[in-house]
Design a protein around this ligand. Structure first.
Ligand code: C2O
Ligand code: CU
Ligand code: CU
Length: 527
């Protein structure tokens, strides 16, 4: 966790332990591992005002028992990410880090994804194909963003989302074959928030006091364009931290409780968050929604794709105080001066509204998956996450093995509604893997035989599998049959090629992820 300044990095010509021990397939050097723009041209931390991404409006709402229909265009755009510069981005509806889709439980949504992107990536040159995954949703296979279920420029696809789960923080992001990392880095990642009656009825912060934090790291060249450098497919470690698409922003807060939905949307960077005051705060939700009980902590570790709902009480501070959200880094992180800070909160005055200013002792009596218990007759499966022959693999196999089998080969095949224990093993001391299982919520049983962290005691779909760690989780496999992905959410690892699939139910069961709802050519029919 040593902090090096960019100048130190250049002098030493090293990239930190994680990257330095890996074979460099592209001859990366420190000089192209961080921003090339002069440090003086980057905004000073906490000078850019904080903002939440805009909320998407449905194109129309079907009446009665119907659903909401959204239209999202994936498009190239230019945005002022760094003050005074224009950066080329790809974004949903051209909105950096947005738009946020907000839905109510029990009301399905259809999201039309229209690919208006250029045929080739502007600097990397690959052919652009997207697939959109709603991370945290138990979607049918053909709407889950299966990596090979791609939509090319000039094509569109309607994704159907059931919204049948507990209130939670989801996110939709690109999942296109072998280019998920680059596509997400260009900006194809945004939040999707589902509410329900239980969550709305709790006296926790809502409305303006319920705030999304989409956290990413990036790097820029002299002209303010984003640089993509994954250090020989080991990881991308930027030196500029963006929150909701803005560098190290500052947010004005009132003296009361706020609820922040932390999403680590970085490609490869893990964070350990703390407040500059060292004061405690509360974790009230995890990937799959509200926890049973709030957990008090002064720090927590968050890997890519994990979500935590965090309540901070600014009533303990005086008007005029500034509290900084800091990052202590994680083991084997490639940290820079700039990655120490995330954002700041300036306390500007007393609360103008004190509704939803509490944290009840009991949040959710029955969070999904948390009632599952280990019994001796349950089937256990083991998944080893290793680097083999320059590729990232799961049990010695990669997505190429799935492709070679015509996408029939599966790493696991639980029966519909079977409960199983899955064991994720990382025997390396050089890197960590955030392991994500599609379709289901799981409960973490243990990590190296010890109980999970208190703040992990909620429903999860992604778990931090650290250096030399074995993490066991328990899940019930449903409600759909069919093929779903499991992968490392270091998106650079995922693309090269640490991705596997499992099948719920017998061979041939469930809808085909590619053929059941193919994309179509534009123009799309009028709504
Ligand atoms: Cu957030 Cu398969 O991904
Ligand atoms: Cu997912
Ligand atoms: Cu990994």
């Amino acid at each position: 966790m040593a902090m090096l300044s960019r100048r130190d990095m250049l002098k030493l010509g090293v990239l930190g332990t994680a990257a330095a021990t890996l074979p460099f397939e592209r001859g990366a050097t420190a000089a192209n591992g961080v921003s090339r723009i002069a440090e003086s041209r980057l905004p000073a931390p906490f000078t850019v005002p904080f903002a939440s991404p805009p909320v998407a409006r449905p194109v129309w709402r079907a009446t009665d028992d119907g659903y909401d229909f959204y239209e999202i265009k994936q498009q190239a755009t230019q945005a002022e990410v760094l003050p005074g510069y224009k950066s080329d981005l790809w974004a949903y509806n051209g909105v950096p880090a947005g738009p946020t889709i907000k839905v109510r439980r029990g009301r399905p949504a259809v999201v039309r994804q229209i690919n208006n992107l250029p045929g080739r990536h502007p600097t990397l040159g690959y052919q652009v194909m997207t697939s959109t995954h709603l991370h945290g949703s138990g979607s049918l296979p053909q709407y889950d963003g299966y990596a090979n279920d791609v939509t090319g420029p000039g094509q569109w696809k309607d994704y159907h989302y059931p919204n049948h789960q507990d209130a939670r923080t989801l996110w939709y992001h690109d999942h296109g074959l072998h280019h998920t990392a680059e596509n997400a880095y260009m900006g194809l990642a945004a939040m999707y928030i589902m509410t329900d009656e239980l969550e709305q009825g709790l006296p926790i912060p809502h409305g303006d006091y319920d705030v999304p934090l989409i956290i990413q790291d990036t790097m820029f060249d002299e002209r303010g364009s984003m640089i993509y450098d994954d250090h020989g497919h080991s990881g991308l470690y930027g030196d500029v931290i963006l929150v909701n698409g803005r560098p190290w922003p500052v947010m004005k807060v009132e003296r009361r409780k706020y609820r922040f939905r932390f999403l680590n949307a970085s490609l490869s960077r893990g964070y350990t968050f703390r407040l500059s005051t060292g004061d405690p705060f509360w974790i009230i939700g995890t990937d799959g929604g509200l926890m049973q009980f709030p957990q008090r902590t002064t720090t927590f570790r968050q890997s890519m794709a994990e979500r935590y709902e965090v309540v901070i009480d600014f009533a303990t501070y005086r008007t005029g105080e500034r509290i900084v959200l800091e990052n202590l880094g994680v083991q084997n992180a490639v940290d820079y001066d700039g990655t120490r800070n995330v954002m700041a909160f300036d306390v500007v005055g007393d609360a103008t509204d004190l509704r939803g200013n509490a944290i009840p002792d009991l949040l959710n009596p029955k969070p999904p998956a948390m009632d599952l218990v280990e019994t001796p007759n349950l089937r256990t499966r083991r998944f080893e996450f290793v680097r083999a022959d320059g590729q990232w693999a799961i049990n010695g196999k990669t997505w190429h093995d799935a492709a070679d089998s015509g996408y029939e080969y599966v790493w696991a095949d639980p029966g519909l509604n079977d409960t199983e224990i899955w064991e994720f093993v990382n025997t390396s001391g050089g890197w960590f893997h955030p392991v994500h299982v599609h379709l289901i919520d799981f409960k973490i049983l243990d990590r190296n035989g010890k109980p999970p962290f208190d703040y992990e005691l909620g429903p999860k779909d992604t778990v931090y599998v650290g250096e030399n760690e074995t993490v066991r989780v328990i899940a019930r496999f449903g409600p759909h049959q069919g093929k779903y992905m499991i992968h490392c959410h270091n998106l650079v690892h995922e693309d090269h090629d640490m991705m596997a699939q499992f099948r719920v139910g017998p061979p041939g069961g469930g809808d085909d992820p590619v053929k059941a709802a193919p994309c179509r050519d534009l123009p799309a029919p009028e709504l």
